[in-house]
Design a protein around this ligand. Structure first.
Ligand code: HEC
Length: 177
């Protein structure tokens, strides 16, 4: 009786070991290479391994509905991500990026004494709430070639809070959209 059990246990053990050994050998023979890009391309999803976001997801949530409840105090904490390059106070210095007092509703590339990229100058027009939202979500997608080396704020709530804070950093805050 116990001899039968031993045989069964032995067989189970053995088949497990064979399966393991087969796995090791298979891996030694075949070297899996990670895909350079997705084989199945899904519209709107950037291919793996590509940094270029051109033609990538363009659907950025509109900011207006979030702005009503956005908190400037929260934004003030979140602009720590910008502080290495920007000042937000009136008359503040230009750093790696321009001072950002009076930005919303004002001309793009409009802060004096800062050497903007050609691309930012050529973008033209004023910074609307919605354009600022697009720019902060993905600076390089909104202004291809911009000098702003910042990946972007992916969370709509973060952008809304930052924009609410920036709105208050002005001589006369522009009406909410
Ligand atoms: C690594 C440095 C860096 C960081 C971090 C950074 N920026 Fe910038 N920013 C720049 C530079 C440089 C420019 C000028 C871009 C150009 O000329 O193409 C710029 C431009 C801008 C402009 C356009 C200003 C104008 O006068 O038209 C806005 C708005 C802006 N940044 C907001 C932000 C906010 C908000 C953050 C944080 C969430 C941020 N930036 C983070 C470097 C930075």
């Amino acid at each position: 009786m116990s001899l039968e059990l031993n045989k069964i246990a032995g067989a189970v053990l053995m088949s497990g070991m064979v399966a393991m050994a087969a796995g090791f050998i298979a891996r030694a023979l075949v070297h899996p290479v990670p895909l350079a890009e997705n084989v199945y391309k899904v519209a709107g999803v950037p291919a793996a391994g590509t940094k270029d976001t051109k033609g990538g997801p363009a659907a950025i949530e509109p900011i207006a509905p979030l702005l009503a409840a956005a908190k400037a105090e929260e934004g003030e904490k979140k602009v720590k991500a910008c502080a290495a390059c920007h000042t937000f106070d009136k008359g503040g210095a230009n750093r790696v990026g321009p001072n950002l007092w009076n930005t919303i509703g004002e001309k793009k590339a409009g802060h004096s004494g800062f050497a903007y990229s050609k691309q930012m100058v050529e973008k033209g027009g004023e910074w609307t709430y919605e354009e600022l939202n697009q720019f902060l979500a993905n600076p390089k997608a909104f202004v291809p070639g911009t000098k702003m080396a910042f990946a972007g704020l992916s969370k709509p709530q973060d952008r809304a809070d930052v924009i609410a804070y920036m709105r208050g950093r002005a001589d006369s805050p522009k009406p909410l959209p």
